[in-house]
Design a protein around this ligand. Sequence first.
Ligand SMILES: C[S@@+](CC[C@H](N)C(=O)[O-])C[C@H]1O[C@@H](n2cnc3c(N)ncnc32)[C@H](O)[C@@H]1O
Length: 208
Amino acid sequence: MLIPNNSPSLLPWEDNDPSPQWSEVFGNNNPLALEIGCGVGDFVVQMAALHPELNFIALDFYNKGCIKTCKRVDKSGLTNVRVLRAEARSFIEACIRPGSLRTVIINCPDPWPKLRHRKRRLVNTGFVSYLSGFMESGANFYFATDFDDYGVDVADFMVEQAGFSNVLAPDRYRHTLEGYPISKYMRRFLDEGKQIYYVHYKKQPAAN
Ligand SMILES: C[S@@+](CC[C@H](N)C(=O)[O-])C[C@H]1O[C@@H](n2cnc3c(N)ncnc32)[C@H](O)[C@@H]1O
């Protein structure tokens, strides 16, 4: 059974519900930033404090994580974050207008370390191509992982990904990223002595 979540930061949404009107939800027309798999929300509260010019949607299908994220957002007093409990693709499909996201963030997605499970990974070339349709020209795509094989895989396929340019070029990835907060999972892995792989691309303007 789901633990009820009555936080004002939660935006209740179920599959098949109509899309929220984002300018009404946030009370302004600021561009949207989407964090997929926000976990317990420590990253999004830091990022949203650094970027008051963006409206953040913190998305996760894990209810307890959403509750913790809401508590953090409520405590922070931030008005530019809403938390949604939903699966990424069904939410995006239903609630995000094509070409409207200014930023997409994916930190430490489940690594599926076993070779036979790798096809379950969220981030692959098909998913980035799908996301691209919902991103505006010049939008940021951030990916971070502690998992070497996932980091190198994303860094390698992004070089070939149509319609994106590498902000970190000539590097494919870096192990530090200035101005980018540390999430709970990143902190855990850094404390274990592991390195984080950061990938940062921008969507190129469409060719005429
Ligand atoms: C390993 S945790 C990382 C949490 C956080 N990003 C961090 O770095 O601390 C991955 C999170 O992504 C969520 N997640 C995975 N696939 C998802 C999907 N398709 N839609 C929404 N959330 C997803 C999981 O529920 C989990 O909370």
